[in-house]
Design a binder for this molecule. Structure first.
Ligand code: CTP
Length: 418
């Protein structure tokens, strides 16, 4: 691609919103003023060349990113969080710019060495070329230079452009997946997201040797990869592929394959007013047929929050109890479901299509009697366990259609209090 083509893409507001274009020119001007070669790298370049709206900006300088950040703050405002040890900084952009996200990562071009398989690498400042060579795939190893007259120059030392055109995901060296097996998950994401293919030898390197490093990855790092998968549009394709490539056993021997029958359910119905989370739904669908012990053990391996483990457990328990609840009155359903996370109930509804679950989510959970504890006190009742009992019974009467109006409710209450 010629520089002119890239400039055209960089000026396309359908790909880069104009506020972000302004941010880029401000960065470019400051870098030029400091004579500091400055680049935009990674996913931004990949998506731009694919003419897709770009994601977050990652800025790399050949020079000291902290010094560059301080100069940007001085000139444009905002705040800087420097990480001297890593030669990086986070620029908290001026609030008046109203940009989302409101921060920008500034990174010193670096070389990486992996001292131990699966561990995070040691970094030393270096050139942009070295920085591109340390990356995961050729399609992510391109940079566009920003400073001064260089604005719009593409650096593509590994021929990422050709792979983008052919739709190939290619690692940069044979040890890449061994150094960092999270890249296998990343490859799977790109493969489905862009309908690309794993280049032949890259595919071959997802083998016994690289899978063998997966057990060394921390639970948090692995879970992060699955979180990213569940946030993607084609998540079901990705999670099925991860199972097919044998990624689960090295993570946890009991991690099941994702049931393809559930793969259409990864989307949330937004009309139901339930706090939604695509990632939580993903884990619930994935693990709902596992045993209680397996869920607890997998949750520990993947460093789930206790809330997530509970929600997944609730799905499996509810699914198992459905045969005992089917045919019950609305009040029995309601009192059985009430303590469970709404999203867990919704997920069981998706797979079991038990109408009572949907009735609970859309109607029954909102049904409350008019009478309150204060009303009972006003009628001379002593507060105590009986209070709660009466209120529960009144609610059950509404749920089960024994009362239809406030008058009915009062009538029932008076009968009970006689
Ligand atoms: N990267 C890498 N190895 C990893 C993670 C990241 O080489 N294990 C590099 C890639 O060059 C990637 C860049 O760091 O492009 C930024 O990473 P990230 O923000 O995770 O990915 P994006 O490229 O922005 O892609 P996505 O759209 O999937 O977020």
């Amino acid at each position: 691609m010629q520089k002119d083509d890239i400039l055209r893409l960089l000026r396309d507001v359908n790909l880069i919103p104009s506020e972000k274009q302004t941010l880029l020119s401000n960065i470019a001007a400051q870098a030029a003023a400091m004579d500091m070669p400055c680049y935009i790298v990674g996913g931004f370049v990949r998506d731009l060349l694919l003419s897709k709206p770009v994601s977050d900006l990652d800025i790399i300088v050949e020079g000291d990113a902290v010094k560059f950040g301080n100069a940007l703050v001085k000139k444009f405002g905002g705040k800087l969080t420097p990480h001297h040890k890593f030669h990086t900084a986070i620029w908290h952009l001026p609030e008046t710019w109203n940009l989302v996200p409101g921060t920008l990562d500034l990174i010193t071009a670096r070389k990486e060495t992996y001292e131990r398989r699966g561990a995070l690498p040691a970094v030393t400042p270096s050139t942009i070329k070295d920085d591109l060579l340390r990356r995961d795939f050729t399609i992510n190893a391109m940079a566009i230079r920003l400073d001064g007259d260089h604005f719009g120059e593409l650096l593509d030392p590994l021929n990422g452009q050709a792979d983008l055109e052919e739709g190939l995901i290619r690692i940069l060296h044979p040890r890449s997946f061994i150094d960092d097996p999270t890249r296998i998950f990343r490859a799977i994401r790109y493969e489905a997201r862009y309908s690309f293919n794993l280049e032949h030898s890259t595919f071959g390197l997802i083998n016994f040797e690289s899978l063998d490093v997966i057990p060394r990855l921390s639970g948090e790092r692995i879970r992060h990869e699955f979180d990213l998968i569940f946030e993607e549009e084609k998540s079901s394709q990705m999670i099925l592929r991860a199972g097919e490539l044998g990624l689960f056993k090295p993570i946890h021997p009991k991690l099941p394959l994702f049931n393809p029958d559930y793969s259409d359910f990864l989307e949330m119905d937004p009309t139901l007013d339930i706090p939604a989370s695509r990632t939580a739904m993903g884990y619930m669908l994935w693990l709902m047929d596992s045993s209680e012990d397996e869920i607890l053990s997998i949750g520990r391996r993947l460093d789930f929050t206790s809330e997530l483990t509970y929600s997944v457990w609730a799905v499996s328990q509810l699914k198992k109890s459905l045969p005992f609840l089917t045919g019950s009155t609305p009040s029995v359903w309601t009192f059985a479901l009430e303590k469970l996370p709404l999203l867990s109930i919704y997920v069981v509804y998706l797979v079991a299509r038990e109408d009572a679950l949907l009735d609970f989510l859309s109607l029954w959970r909102h049904v409350k009697p008019h009478t309150t504890g204060d009303d009972l006190k006003a009628r001379g009742l002593e507060p105590g366990p009986r209070f709660g009992e009466i209120l529960i019974q009144l609610r059950a009467a509404w749920l089960d259609g024994d009362v239809h109006s406030f008058d009915d409710e009062l009538h029932l209450l008076e009968m009970w209090l006689k």
